[in-house]
Design a protein around this ligand. Structure first.
Ligand SMILES: [Zn+2]
Ligand SMILES: [Zn+2]
Length: 252
């Protein structure tokens, strides 16, 4: 029999307290001693300060920093209605390590400090509903949680923003995308998502913006199901050389 509501909350609180005692007394990223642990922080203030914001001006649609006078070509093939995509920080050094800790090392609660960095992106949107990009069933089972859902939950706790975790589903496992060219990524992801429901003012939540193909496919699914406009936020964005290498050609 499942525990009653109150007892379950007690159990969760006890487990959280125990986990805090078991945490290393050091920053996960730089291993310096974290002075205050009362916010359950796993990342020290100095490391958070090293996460670098993207410089303005940004493309209004995809959030890519622009060279003044040159039109963005990254989002020209995006579906109409997908707009206002923003990333919190560049995928560099400590930000890359933070993503790695969350996705591959099981440090689920590092999503909290990362969500702090994403918080300003949500604050700019009127009455958003966060829609985490779903993992495949196999990957969710292997990891035990969806990193995008962790950020959405952390943002919900911090700001009260709505979350619709089940709005999108994956039709099939698309495997890892990292070694694929942009064309192969698009082909691999085509039709990968289906909208189960369309929440008001949907805002996709994803980990890293590399070519934007995941957001484009997920956004297309929500638009097809009737969303008038879809936005998106990611924790990090791959810097230009990496993004260009991933796309295989310069400037497309
Ligand atoms: Zn640190
Ligand atoms: Zn753009």
């Amino acid at each position: 029999m499942p525990p009653s509501g109150a007892r379950w909350v007690d159990l969760r609180a006890a487990l959280a307290a125990a986990e805090r005692w078991l945490l290393p007394g050091a920053c996960l990223l730089c291993e310096s001693v974290v002075p205050a642990r009362d916010d359950d922080s796993l990342v020290c203030a100095a490391c958070r300060a090293r996460w670098s914001r993207l410089p303005e001006p940004l493309c209004a649609r995809c959030g890519q920093p622009l060279t003044p006078g040159i039109r963005c070509r990254l989002c020209t093939e995006w579906p109409d209605g997908l707009t206002g995509v923003r990333s919190a920080v560049w995928l560099e050094d400590q930000a890359r390590r933070a993503v790695h800790h969350l996705k591959y090392e099981g440090w689920r609660r590092i999503a909290g400090p990362m969500a702090d960095a994403m918080r300003p992106l949500v604050g700019d949107i009127d009455s958003p509903t966060l829609v985490p990009i779903p993992l495949s069933a196999a990957r969710l089972k292997a990891r035990g949680y969806n990193q995008s859902a962790e950020w959405a939950g952390a943002l919900e706790r911090r700001t009260g923003v709505a979350v619709a975790s089940g709005a999108l589903a994956r039709r099939r496992d698309t495997g890892t995308q990292t070694a694929l060219t942009p064309e192969a990524r698009r082909a691999n992801l085509a039709g990968a998502f289906v909208a189960v429901s369309v929440p008001p003012n949907p805002v996709l939540v994803d980990d890293v913006f590399t070519t934007g193909s995941t957001l484009a496919e997920a956004g297309a699914a929500l638009l097809l199901a009737g969303a008038r406009e879809v936005r998106g936020i990611t924790f990090a964005r791959a810097p230009r050389p990496l993004a260009e290498a991933a796309r295989g050609v310069h400037g497309i």
